[in-house]
Design a protein around this ligand. Structure first.
Ligand code: PEP
Ligand code: MG
Length: 325
């Protein structure tokens, strides 16, 4: 079984009906690059940069960040690397950053909200990313985008920093894509509007599910409501993928759902382009996808989205597509 999977390490991910989808790795530090490649990653779909800021007493300098980003980009060669700007707040705190006590941290001051407010912190990270871009295939992603104004503000700051670096003669790649995470229902609903301005979407289902179902992803007592296969969630996913494609933009997913064997056939049928997951899930997913026809999966989508409950969807996929009992 393991030897069987090993053979797929250097293969691209091709469906039974010959469509290519990209299987990428979620990583948390430069040290994870080796494992991602050993597990056959075609790229990095999410580099969570929080690790650089955690377990220390002060912000990482631009130089420290630059070296870390460069290491990841160079390590991945020409493969795409999506680096997410700082997503602190919510459940993640920094001892050296003064944060307000909040009633609802997951609905509070975090991620892009904090970065647009504390711009010196954001600009330092962006300069480090821009400088590192000369060493690989960088895509920059903003987390927790709720409104178009937030995206425009973040992009404008990025452009300012890029100009500044170029004016002082620093090499910056001219092919950096800039995208957003879709993890807030408002952004999922407005995906057609965002699609005109972003280069890509990556769907963060870990948060999108919690916000759609109003069920805290860390709270055991409401875990029964945290339902990835709920038709409400699936309809949002369809909206996002269709909106992206109608503007010629690629759509990925970097939440846990992307590596879930029950979700994979649905995501394939919805037309998802990139699946980003923990490295150890990549080869099993590549094998599963090689046995699925995207066209066949697409035929099930209308029926699935008309179902009434998560349980119905799950039972349908298991019985009809995965042929389990
Ligand atoms: C997500 O929300 O799905 C996601 C990938 O980001 P995080 O788990 O870091 O919130
Ligand atoms: Mg998230």
């Amino acid at each position: 079984q393991k030897a069987e999977l090993e053979k797929l390490v250097h293969n691209p991910t091709i469906t039974a009906d010959q469509h290519h989808v990209e299987l990428a790795a979620n990583i948390g530090s430069p040290a994870d690059v080796a494992g991602a490649l050993a597990n056959g990653a075609e790229g990095v779909g999410l580099f969570r940069t929080e690790f650089l800021y955690m377990g220390r007493d002060d912000f990482p300098t631009e130089e420290e960040q630059y070296l870390a980003y460069k290491q990841v980009l160079a390590g991945m060669g020409d493969k795409p690397v999506v680096i997410r700007t700082l997503d602190i707040g919510g459940d993640k705190h920094l001892s050296y950053l003064d944060m307000p006590e909040e009633m609802n941290p997951f609905l509070g001051y975090r991620a892009i909200r904090l970065c647009l407010d504390r711009q010196e912190l954001f600009r330092t990270q962006l300069r480090a990313l821009l400088r590192a871009s000369a060493h690989g295939n960088l895509k920059i992603m903003f987390p927790m985008i709720a409104t178009l104004e937030e995206f425009r503000a973040a992009k404008a700051i990025l452009e300012e920093e890029k100009q500044g670096l170029q004016n002082s003669g620093v090499a910056v790649s001219d092919r950096i894509e800039v995208g957003i995470m879709i993890e807030i229902p408002a952004a999922a609903m407005m995906a057609d509007v965002f699609a005109r301005e972003v280069d890509f979407f990556s769907i963060g289902t870990n948060d999108l599910i919690q916000y759609t179902m109003a069920a805290d992803r860390m709270n055991e007592r409401v875990a029964y409501l945290y339902q990835p296969y709920h038709p409400a969630v699936l309809r949002l996913l369809r909206n996002v993928i269709e909106a992206g494609h109608s503007q010629g933009k690629w759509v990925g997913m970097c939440g846990e759902m992307a590596g879930d064997p029950v979700a994979v056939p649905i995501l394939l049928g919805l037309g998802l382009d990139e699946f980003s997951m923990s490295a150890s899930s990549i080869l099993p997913a590549r094998k599963q996808i090689s046995q699925l026809s995207r066209e066949e999966m697409a035929k099930h989508i209308d029926a699935i989205l008309q179902m009434s409950t998560s349980a119905q969807v799950e039972a349908f996929v298991k019985e009809t597509i995965l042929q389990e009992d």
